[in-house]
Design a binder for this molecule. Sequence first.
Ligand code: TRP
Length: 368
Amino acid sequence: MQVKSNFKPNVKCIDSVEVNCLDKQESVQLATDLSTKKEKVLTGDRATGQLHLGHYVGSLQQRVKLQDMYHQTILVADMQGLTDNGHQPQKVASNILNVVADYLAVGIDPLKTRICLQSAIPALAELTMYYSNLVSISRLERNPTVKNEIRSKSFGRSIPAGFLTYPISQAADITAFNATLVPVGEDQLPMLEQTNEIVRRLNHIAGSAILTECKPLLSKVSRLPSTDGLSKMSKSMGNTIMLSASEREITKAVKSMYTDPGHLRVEDTGKVEGNVVFTYLDAFHPDIDYILRLKEQYRCGGLGDGKTKKILEECLQETLKPIRERRAMFIDDKAQLIDILKRGTEQAQEESNRVLTSVKQAFGLNLF
Ligand code: TRP
């Protein structure tokens, strides 16, 4: 069976966005644009490495859409990145601008989305300190997300205090921007539950609803597996494809992808479930019917892994080429990246200071 594709790379959202250095007039436009949208969305990433295809599928693509619908803030979470990297802070510091370049490269537009830096917003640290009096250690230890992370990082008894308490800092992030919607995967739901507990406690103390509870914006896409199909995606394990990946790196990654170990010859019947090549084709190939037919053929026998990998490679090369090129352009102009981040951060400082003032007031700490 000869299967034909009418493949067109799905990069519309990317080439339609032009990001320029913001001048004064544009930043006024930014403020007006944002104030007309009602619901506030907050998302963020720990700045511990460049972003990869897992981030692209899991959150970045969604953020490009969300920025047209909501008042969106993206936090470069460098302080949170330190919670398990205190011994190697350069891993965080050296990746802040990488993450910003990744955002811009995929089409996140600073005229529509406020991009800001956590460590440069003092109210976030202050709010964390106040909220930490409303949460018990045992409650933190019961948080399933943290529990799993502690287990997988094998901290033993040496959990950094900052790590155990990062849900409190995340609650500070969410409330500081009055976020009502937080895009998360299922595994992050306990974080939002913990945030809303803090919100309710604080509102109880204040005697009025000074903070707003947030709702999850659950993403429908399932998590992209690592290229080896086994472990968590990580650059150091070489099982991921970075947004900055060169043509050669993409070729190499696709060649080494995990398929069906029982599918040895072209004529053998093959398994599609758990076959990373097909999972990636599902995530990236725009022609769903074509992929369905390929799967059918693979199951019946007569389709080799060489062929499926070639189709995937072509598709990933087309998807990543414009992203890589835009990223290279942004990373080349550090001054512009810093300027974008600084402007977003300045606006975030104002908004979060207002929330901090009302929280301090709730505690009666407003003498002057
Ligand atoms: N926890 C997120 C991550 O691991 C980063 C983050 C920090 C965040 N603060 C946030 C996400 C607030 C959503 C809302 O990458």
